[in-house]
Ligand binder design. Structure first.
Ligand code: ZID
Length: 212
């Protein structure tokens, strides 16, 4: 069977959860990366059976998540993490959650993965028009929204979508461009396919935040 790592699952409403389920139904082993501040409530809800109904696969069995890794995709190394995050109460209980550390942990635990899904969204100023977006908000949107292998993009990269602000349009345009370049580079170098999906709208937590 294949092993998949799905980054960006913290409840059962988003694309990450739905993709994980489809992969599990197809026989894949599922690992997930969950945003550090959301980890506690996700693990607790899972343990208490809150997601059991939506864990149901077509054959009646429940999706198993082999391991949940705390992840903050904005930081590559511990050196990148600013003091206020390091000392933040919601981060204090977890370790090894920067991108490089998670990659190393997965490698140590499982050796390799076959499928990587990037299903993250974080535009802290997504509800502000681009005209009113701060430099920090804009850079945060670009920093969290780039990805590889399979990611989720938005039609706002090429068309004006009022309400999709904070630089998220730019983040998605960068994602699509990077997908093309990474498909070329990683394809030649490692035979890794890199794609992005522009799905229809889904009322996830991220989408509700901007009133979709
Ligand atoms: P979600 O809230 O379920 O997933 C986002 C996840 O990212 C959450 O679990 C967060 O905790 C996590 N996260 C945020 N920041 C970080 C971080 N720094 N490190 C680690 N994790 C973090 O929302 P979702 O399922 O909507 O989002 C998944 C992907 O789908 C994102 O890339 C979205 O941009 C993309 N997407 C979603 C929609 C939609 O409808 N939900 C649309 C386009 C793209 C869309 O709105 N026509 C009209 C509208 C749309 C599509 C077509």
């Amino acid at each position: 069977g294949k092993r998949a790592f799905v980054a960006g699952v913290a409840d059962d409403n988003g694309f990450g959860w739905a993709i994980a389920k489809s992969l599990a139904a197809a026989g894949a082993e599922i690992l997930v990366g969950t945003w550090v501040p959301a980890l506690n409530i996700f693990e607790t809800s899972l343990q208490r059976g809150k997601f059991d109904e939506s864990r149901k696969l077509p054959d009646g069995s429940l999706m198993e998540i082999t391991k949940i890794y705390p992840l903050d995709a904005v930081f590559d190394n511990p050196d990148d993490v600013p003091e206020d995050i390091k000392t933040n109460r919601r981060y204090a209980g977890s370790t090894n959650w920067t991108v490089r550390e998670v990659a190393e942990s997965v490698k140590r635990d499982f050796g390799s993965i076959d499928i990587l899904v990037h299903s993250l969204a974080n535009g802290p100023e997504v509800s502000k028009p681009l005209l009113e977006t701060s430099r920090n908000g804009y850079l945060a949107a670009l920093s969290a929204s780039r990805g590889s292998s399979i990611s989720l993009t938005h039609v706002a990269s090429e068309r004006i979508i009022p309400g999709y602000g904070g630089g998220m349009n730019s983040a998605k345009a960068a994602l699509e461009s990077d997908t093309r370049v990474l498909a070329f580079e990683a394809g030649r170098k490692h035979k890794i396919r890199v794609n992005t999906i522009s799905a229809g709208p889904l009322r996830s937590r991220a989408a509700k935040a901007i009133g979709f």
